[in-house]
Design a protein around this ligand. Structure first.
Ligand SMILES: [Zn+2]
Length: 271
């Protein structure tokens, strides 16, 4: 779900105490990136383009292989080689994800757990180990994260097709989404477009919006793509009723058809 995109620092702590006085404090964001180092590994177990951490148990590896083996070959061909690891704890602090640590006192700063995080430049996906207690949910979250690696490689024409679909939904007032990641961003965009300043923008909503709104919009489109992808890829494993599937049936069909055409190059299965 969250997608930090900065490479971790290679050298963080000075060797001698006196150097500490001249070292600027690391930002929360840089400290968060550094926590990935403890999970890094050399490729050992091959599941196609996805390498599994040697720290996974046999049962966890079997479960992950099940979900990866179900992926269409057209999807796998679009994936870059990437590594999959798990953490005992993923904590969000000021929009940055910390692995197995919370750097701030609990009573000083709001923190929230997250199920998974993708490090796009480093090509790592880190799953919260608790996910393995919920079989289908683990598959859904894994597929969502894999889609984060497809989105930047789709190319502008295909990304524009999906963005245009989202835009038409907004203009028609289509409510709901296929996952919490896109749903809260959609609600945030709707709320901001209803404010007095937003109402002015809303008349010409997408041409001429501010840079920050444009950034929020693109983040929403990306999350919508990934939530839709997870929905499509689950196929027969998909739960009929899920609290995060709030998009109408008709809109789901349009999404499924469009997503499948631009990613898999084929018609999707019937819902
Ligand atoms: Zn996401």
């Amino acid at each position: 779900m969250l997608n930090p995109g900065v490479k971790p620092r290679q050298t963080i702590f000075p060797c001698r105490p006196q150097m500490l006085m001249h070292t600027p404090p690391l930002t929360i964001r840089k400290r968060a990136k550094a926590t990935l180092r403890q999970l890094r590994f050399h490729p050992v177990t091959d599941a196609g383009p996805v390498f599994l951490s040697p720290r996974f148990s046999r049962a966890q590896r079997r479960e992950l292989m099940f979900w990866i083996s179900r992926l269409p070959s057209a999807f796998l061909r679009r994936l870059p080689p990437l590594k999959l690891a798990s953490a005992d704890q993923l904590t969000v602090v000021r929009s940055s994800v910390f692995i197995n640590e919370n750097p701030l006192p609990q009573n000083r700063s709001p923190v929230e757990p997250t199920h998974a995080v993708s490090f796009i430049p480093e090509r790592y996906i880190v799953l919260d180990v608790e996910l393995f207690r919920r079989r289908v949910e683990a598959g859904r979250i894994l597929y969502h994260e894999l889609c984060h690696f497809i989105w930047p490689r789709l190319g502008n024409p295909r990304r524009l097709i999906f963005e245009t679909l989202n835009l038409h939904e907004f203009r028609r007032g289509v409510r709901g989404e296929l996952g919490y990641s896109s749903e809260w961003r959609k609600l945030d965009l709707l709320a901001k477009s209803r404010t007095p300043a937003g109402a002015h923008r809303n008349a010409k909503f997408f041409p001429g919006i501010s840079a920050s709104m444009r950034r929020r919009w693109l983040e929403y489109v990306c999350e919508s793509f990934c939530d839709t992808g997870a929905f499509v890829l689950l196929g027969s494993e998909r739960r009929r009723i899920h609290s995060e599937y709030t998009l109408s049936l008709m809109a789901r069909k349009r999404r499924t058809r469009q997503w499948s055409e631009i990613v898999l190059g084929c018609e999707a299965e019937r819902l």
